[in-house]
Design a protein around this ligand. Structure first.
Ligand code: ZN
Length: 131
């Protein structure tokens, strides 16, 4: 089953979408299988990271800005090449094992939608496969 979620994002940041992923798996009825979380945008991404200390989210944004500064020498007319670089580096999808009708995540792991060029209206997909 394919699930389509919409969200409004801040200028930059990580949005916890773990509950949406759990909701999609529960609604699919799949007990054992996999799910794919996919971001259909070129200046956003999906990742799995710590869900305990909220400072990790702000440090993530800070670190990405340091790693991918908005250079004057970029040519892309839209002016958001740094966001495109961050998007491809982090990646458009995550594959998560489904077991016992739940996503198999570590104790400190959450699933995040990463916004690098907001605020925008965004969407992501969750495809759940299995039995
Ligand atoms: Zn662009």
């Amino acid at each position: 089953m394919l699930f389509d979620f919409k969200l409004s994002t801040p200028s930059q940041g990580l949005i916890d979408i773990t509950s949406e992923v759990q909701e999609a798996i529960a609604e699919s009825g799949v007990n054992e299988g996999i799910c794919i979380v996919f971001c259909p945008h070129t200046t956003a991404a999906v990742t799995i990271n710590e869900n305990a200390d909220p400072d990790v989210k702000s440090d993530f944004v800070l670190g990405m800005d340091k790693a991918f500064p908005d250079l004057d020498s970029f040519c892309h007319a839209e002016g958001n090449s740094d966001a495109h670089l961050k998007s491809s580096t982090v990646g458009a999808s995550e594959t998560i094992i489904v077991t016992g009708g739940k996503p198999l995540l570590g104790t400190w792991q959450g699933v995040y939608f990463c916004e690098f060029d907001g605020p925008r209206n965004r969407r992501f997909y969750v495809k759940v496969m299995g039995e």
